[in-house]
Design a protein around this ligand. Structure first.
Ligand code: NOJ
Length: 715
């Protein structure tokens, strides 16, 4: 590889080199603010070495032919795409899938997505998105794994392994791109593209670990984030792109910017013009310019002026050519472009089956109370009639969620269809009732009529696919007002009611929690959404998902996440001068890690192998979990740690381990966790990463707020 690339670089002009550092969208999809109509001329002139939003075998072959046959050196293109939760077959949005806490499942989703996308010519996905996010106003929470560092890191690694497999030259694997580096999830007030400012301690302790976990799993490319950090836009940050990513972490792949992020350093106000922006990004350690065209326009000039060394340019080119080489593109530029394979792979049975499986595992049961002496869910298939009401009840497109790219809405199973398939004997009165805006209430009367005819009402409420994702922040994260009114109106009929909430973020739904006896949080579940929801509603599947992100009571509570600090005045009911709100409790509506089952689990007998832990010891923690209900079901057993005293304050809880177990009714399992020195480490007062002697508490339970406790000392 080295010799091949050396000789190729020797043959390249500076313009051709800058071309390899350039990525343009094909114009097939709009994923950013501007398109270019000259990308084909640029491609043929050797000034655009990579494309994104260009897929399907037929289309990609044409473009690859241009690169290979019409450019001077014939260097094949990379084809990038945002394969975020599937290519054609759509899986649950990432935040939903994170609720499964199932790494094999998540890795398989990535593996299958890669298989399908590569069959359509894609060899680079802009995923995983591993930004820790603790503000549900931010629409992009849908794309990530939620608020927790440990869970987020495991998921990041699982996705990288799934996409890249063990061998990049295998035509069913593709390059993964870890994004958005760094700390994009902490944008102020949850407004997209907004400023990020945090201490280096918080950056390193909370925000960086998932990127690092993705890198350790072998991630080959990284994407810069739009935000500034400590006053420097990420795409111009030498600290992030070189000092941390390459020097500290040893990253050897290439870094691409986000969409026109170099150009955006001008409005950020750190450079006067785009030429300076190109120089700043290049010197920071950014290898490839997405869509901005500035590297191609200015690098040759900057080299001529002696501002940039050509040897540095060669280094970036090398990193990119290496990836093309590893993918096998120099051996066969058409390796990913096989029409027969494309036809066989799209929507294959394996993909559809996994989409259903993943959707079921992603559903979180938030509430299930007794109505007339029995839990409302699961519903009996012999119930005579149900009313299915809401704009998401028979809605294909919105089930696909944000970033569904090529997802095919016509293949989506809606909730209405799912119910008809799952409980064919039940009469269903369907009405959409409301829309997604605040005032769309034309269907209200029809919905009330439908509800009054039925024994049970299911409300299918939430957000459409455009209400979360990029550029989709909301300042009010309740249900759209029209839906809230619809729910309240139908509620006055006094029928047993189940709310199925489909959304791309945690919604604040305090009224619902107070008034509706059963609530299922179904996110946006993808192609098989309706079937998965129906199987849960009618008990063919027992739900086991747990929230990867805290649900606030209202927007004023944000940021609210489980591992906050204790403060010097922790809340004490009997003392006015303690940390609290006057109008709501401190605790959230639903905590991180929370989720119910149709069965119940009892936790008992927590036991530690030692109460005095030394540096080289392993601490074993055992807990007995018993299924005390009537259904076989899965439970995600969670272990949290608290370091009581540190040279800097420590969070009240940190997730350190979890295990998803399956138990038959009446059966118990002793769940066994092991902790080592590394689990106790943190960035201490002087920023060295180590554990400090002292007292620790272990918590094991069903979510971040409940569980058993035990203590140990670390010496
Ligand atoms: C902008 C988004 O921030 C990023 O996540 C995505 O990969 C690119 N656009 C390309 O579509």
């Amino acid at each position: 590889m080295s010799a091949f690339i050396d000789s190729l670089i020797d043959d390249m002009t500076v313009e051709e080199k800058a071309g390899q550092l350039t990525l343009y969208t094909s114009g097939w999809a709009v994923t950013g603010p501007q398109l270019r109509d000259d990308y084909l001329e640029e491609l043929k002139a050797g000034r655009a070495g990579n494309l994104f939003n260009a897929h399907t075998v037929d289309y990609a072959i044409k473009l690859q032919k241009m690169a290979v046959e019409e450019t001077r050196l014939g260097i094949p293109l990379l084809f990038g795409l945002d394969v975020i939760h599937g290519y054609k077959t759509t899986f649950p949005i990432p935040l939903a899938e994170a609720s499964s806490w199932d790494m094999d499942l998540i890795q398989k989703t990535a593996r299958l997505s890669a298989r399908e996308a590569t069959a359509a010519g894609v060899n680079w996905t802009f995923n995983p998105m591993v930004d820790i996010s603790r503000d549900p106003r931010w629409g992009r929470v849908a794309e990530g794994s939620g608020e927790d560092v440990y869970l987020g890191g495991l998921i990041a690694a699982a996705k990288v392994k799934g996409y890249q497999g063990d061998d990049l030259s295998d035509p069913s694997t593709l390059l993964a791109c870890v994004k958005h580096f760094a700390a994009y999830g902490a944008s102020q007030a949850g407004r997209d593209y907004h400023t990020v400012d945090m201490s280096d301690r918080v950056l390193r302790e909370t925000y960086l670990p998932p990127y690092k976990a993705a890198l350790d799993a072998g991630a080959t490319t990284f994407m810069t984030s739009f935000n500034e950090l400590d006053g420097v836009p990420a795409s111009g940050s030498k600290y992030l792109m070189t000092e941390i990513l390459r020097d500290e972490w040893g990253f050897t792949g290439f870094v691409v910017t986000d969409y026109t992020a170099i150009n955006e350093m001008v409005p950020h106000g750190v450079v006067e013009n785009e030429k300076q922006a190109a120089e700043l990004a290049f010197k920071a350690g950014v290898d490839m310019d997405m869509q901005g065209g500035l590297y191609s326009r200015y690098l040759p000039e900057l080299i001529k002026e002696g501002k940039i060394k050509e040897s540095m340019l060669d280094q970036c080119v090398r990193r990119i050519l290496e990836m093309k080489y590893k993918l096998g593109l120099f051996e066969d530029p058409y390796r990913y472009l096989n029409k027969a394979r494309e036809e066989q792979t799209l929507f294959s049975k394996e993909l559809m089956d996994h989409s259903l499986h993943s959707a079921k595992e992603s559903i979180v049961l938030l509430k299930n109370e007794e109505v007339k002496g029995a839990k409302l869910l699961p519903l009996s298939k012999s119930v005579k009639s149900i009313a299915l009401i809401g704009p998401l009840a028979d809605n294909q497109k919105d089930m696909l969620g944000t970033w569904h790219m090529s997802g095919d809405a016509s293949k989506v199973v809606t909730l209405l269809k799912g119910i008809k398939e799952t409980a064919p004997e039940v009469t269903v009165h369907y009405a959409s009732g409301a829309g997604f805006g605040d005032s769309d209430m034309t269907g209200m009367d029809e919905a009330v009529r439908a509800a009054s005819k039925a024994d049970i009402v299911i409300m299918a409420l939430g957000e459409n696919y455009q209400q979360s994702g990029e550029a989709a922040s909301r300042s009010d994260i309740g249900l759209p007002k029209s839906q809230q009114l619809l729910m309240e109106k139908v509620h006055t009929l006094g029928k047993p009611m189940v709310a199925v909430v489909m959304a791309g973020r945690p919604l604040s739904m305090t009224w619902m929690e107070e008034n509706i006896p059963a609530i299922v949080n179904a996110w946006h579940l993808g192609t098989m959404a309706g079937k998965a929801m129906a199987e849960v509603l009618f008990g063919d599947h027992v739900p086991s998902g747990k929230l990867p992100m805290t649900f606030p009571r209202n927007v004023g509570q944000i940021p609210v996440f489980y591992n906050m600090k204790n403060t010097g005045r922790p809340f004490d009911e009997s003392n006015k001068y303690t940390s609290k709100y006057l109008d709501i409790p401190n605790d959230p509506l639903y905590p991180f890690g929370y989720g119910l089952s149709y069965t119940s689990f009892d936790y008992s007998n927590i036991a530690l192998s030692t109460e005095e832990l030394a540096r080289t010891d392993t601490l074993s923690v055992r807990v007995k979990v018993t299924n005390t209900g009537r259904y076989e079901g899965k439970e995600i057993v969670q272990l949290y740690l608290r370091d009581l005293v540190g040279s800097v304050t420590r969070p009240v809880k940190e997730l350190k381990r979890f295990k998803k177990i399956n138990l038959k009714p009446g059966r118990s399992e002793t769940v066994h966790f092991k902790l080592t020195y590394e689990d106790l480490c943190f960035y201490t007062r002087d920023m060295s990463f180590k554990a400090e002697p002292g007292k620790f508490k272990v918590f094991v339970g069903p979510n971040a707020m409940e569980g058993l406790e035990a203590d140990f000392d670390f010496n």
